[in-house]
Structures are given as C-alpha cells and as structure tokens.
Design a protein around this ligand. Structure first.
Ligand code: MN3
Length: 202
C-alpha cells in the first residue's frame, strides 16, 4: 500500500487567468509527484508503512524525510481540493460566513489577516485557517509542516491553506507574493471549505 499522486478535478489551465497552467502542471506533476514518491520511499520498511497519512503526520516530527515529504504530500492534496474554476466570488456563506465575522469582524478583515500571515511567512511555507475549540484562527508553518503535525503554534483543524513556496507563484508573479495571494482568492472553493468547517465544528 503506497500513496498515489491524486488527479486534479480540473485541467491545468482551468484556474487561468488567476493561476497559470504551466505553474499548475509543474506544481502537480513534478513537485507533488516528488513528495509522493519520496514519502513512499521514506516510510518503506518503517513502522509507519501502511499507516494513514494523518497518523504519519502526527508521528513524524523527529524524522525529516517523513516530515517534509509527508507534509508535502498531504498539503498539496488539501491545496488542490481547496480550489475550483467555479469559485464563488462572494466568498463563504452560511455558518462559515458567520464564524468568520465573529472571529475577524468581516470577510474583508479575515482576508487581510490571512494575507498578512501568508506574506510574513519568511522563506517557504504555508498559511492556514483553522477551526478549534475557540473558533477560527489563522497561523502559518515553515517548509511543508502543517497543523496536523501539532508542532508549535498551529494545532487546530485546518480548513483552508495557501502554499507560499516560490514554486507556487514565481513564474507568473515573480517576487510578487502579495499579487499571487490576491489572485488566489478568485479560485478558492468555498463549498469545500464550508464542508470542512462543518465537519470540524461537530
Ligand atoms: Mn507547493
């Protein structure tokens, strides 16, 4: 039993003009494929072989190969599912919309705080919106770490995440990480994020 690179639910060019097709193709077929293959190699013959990815992530802190590639595998699966060519331009609705207003004041204020977390992540990493006992919160992690690893500062259930590695945006946006984040809001799949929020709220 090994991990497989998942197919995308949309074509590489489906998120144009916001995210470009060449970046999407390289990101999925090279970067994500690489993490997947290296994760399989890293767990082969260890006690974690055959475990779920969630169990692997919760146990990987002391093994750099499993941590980096297990995180890279899970983070990108989560990222592809978080986007859609038919994003709702009005943002989230229902209980998630209410929870965002409660935690951040407004959807615009939430976007501003999330962008700040993504912009100020030094080097490579991710910014996350998480749901926990105290409601919604924003955090960021370096490299391919994620909140499921529960390794400092970022431990609630992730419901949305953005990849701010340069490989996610440099071909189209150059050093303009902020322009990439602004464009990315146009492809967030709010229906999926609402489903994750509802599951995490139960
Ligand atoms: Mn990436």
């Amino acid at each position: 039993m090994t991990f497989q690179l998942p197919d995308l639910d949309y074509a590489y060019d489906a998120l144009e003009p916001h995210l470009d097709a060449l970046t999407m193709e390289i990101h999925h077929s090279k970067h994500h494929a690489g993490y997947t293959a290296k994760l399989n190699a890293a767990i082969s013959g260890t006690a974690l072989e055959g475990s779920s990815i969630e169990d692997i992530l919760s146990a990987c802190a002391d093994s750099p190969g499993i941590r980096n590639n297990g995180g890279g595998y899970w983070n990108h699966c989560f990222f592809w599912e978080s986007m859609s060519p038919s994003s709702s331009s009005t943002g989230p609705s229902g209980s998630l919309s209410e929870a965002i207003k409660s935690a951040f004041g407004s959807f615009e204020e939430f976007k501003s705080e999330f962008k700040k977390a993504a912009l100020t992540r030094f080097g490579s990493g991710w910014a996350w919106l998480c749901m926990g006992d105290n409601g919604l919160s924003i955090c960021s992690t370096p490299n391919q770490d994620n909140p499921l690893m529960n390794i400092g500062g970022c431990g609630d259930t992730p419901i949305l995440g953005i990849d701010v590695w340069e490989h996610a945006y440099y071909k189209k946006f150059g050093p303009g990480r902020g322009d990439y984040i602004d464009a990315w809001w146009n492809v967030v799949n709010w229906g999926v994020i609402e489903d994750r929020f509802n599951s995490a709220s139960q």
